[in-house]
Design a protein around this ligand. Structure first.
Ligand code: GLU
Ligand code: ZN
Length: 295
């Protein structure tokens, strides 16, 4: 009996189109799953309609398909999961683990994004208030498969954080933890921009009695001018007609060996070959991509 228990996922936010950095993350996640015969799920993180770019959802699915990054099963949409988020938020609130916060943006100026706890001991009603999760004065640690040991003191470095916004929308931290658990995800492979979100997610998992997945944060793509390749700054959408050369660039960014013959392959062939030779130990912790390798 050789039961494969690996479940990976890719969880794009449709606030923009996929760019080279998203390809590196998606590819690493896909290869890490496929190399062990695991499942790979796709979840559309469409919890923030005001920030959604028109056409982005369809474009993301189309790009993944044209790059040969096939997913298993149906796409999960976070916009259809509100009942689950609401149920947990309500429970945390009832248990006093979360509380309503009515602070204005102005009141929170000057605290470097670390909530100073102004509403911690008030008892505001939930209406027209954000809901914040009380964090413990503890350090949360985990061992990332690429970035190594990472730790963060939740009280000092993060503060009580929002799980439901004042406008009623649920926060990424809550949705990601509930959905990864609900979908049975065992391995999270994503960009290192989310490394310092992970301790908040570990705390939520602990609080809700959910098991902790393994984490692998791929390096951010730093441009030669020092800017991170992000959704807004010079991050061209991936062209669908150049999938093979871009997959090869992404493989090199991940420290994987490529050979000349691969350039002639279809995306599916290149991916299959890369999965056979997948070596997560070769992934660099930090990365600067030469100008020529950017779009
Ligand atoms: N939706 C998040 C993003 O696009 C990724 C969430 C995750 O992988 O945990 O940045
Ligand atoms: Zn407050």
């Amino acid at each position: 009996m050789n039961q494969i228990s690996y479940v990976g996922r890719f969880a794009p936010t449709p606030s923009g189109f996929l760019h080279f950095g998203s390809l590196v993350a998606a590819l690493a996640s896909w290869l890490d799953a496929r190399a062990v015969g695991g499942r790979w799920l796709l979840r559309m993180e469409d919890i923030d309609p005001p920030r959604e770019a028109p056409g982005a959802q369809a474009a993301i699915l189309h790009t993944l398909e044209s790059y040969g990054l096939e997913w298993d099963g149906e796409v999960v949409y976070q916009s259809l999961r509100h009942a689950a988020y609401a149920e947990v938020t309500e429970r945390l609130f009832r248990q006093g683990l979360a509380y309503a916060c009515t602070c204005s943006r102005k009141q929170l100026e000057g605290y470097n994004g670390i909530y100073p706890g102004l509403c911690r001991n008030c008892c505001h009603a939930q209406e027209d208030a954000a809901i914040r999760l009380r964090v413990p004065e503890l350090t949360y640690r985990f061992e990332d498969r690429v970035q190594g040991a990472f730790e963060q003191h939740l009280g000092r470095e993060v503060g009580d954080f929002v799980i439901r916004r004042r406008d009623g929308l649920y926060a990424y931290q809550l949705a990601v933890v509930l959905d990864d658990a609900w979908q049975g995800v065992t391995d999270i492979v994503r960009g290192a921009d989310l490394l310092d979100n992970t301790p908040r997610q570990l705390y939520l998992q602990e609080l809700l009695g959910l098991s902790q997945p393994r984490y692998l944060h791929v390096p951010l793509i730093i441009q030669p001018d020092g800017h991170k390749l992000g959704k807004s700054y010079r991050s061209a959408p991936l062209p669908t007609e150049q999938a093979t050369p871009l997959i090869l660039r992404a493989l090199r960014a991940l420290g994987q060996a490529t050979d000349a013959g691969m350039a002639l392959g279809t995306p599916a062939e290149v991916l299959a070959h890369a999965a056979l030779h997948w070596n997560p130990d070769a992934i660099p912790r930090r990365l600067t991509v030469p100008e020529a390798d950017l779009l």
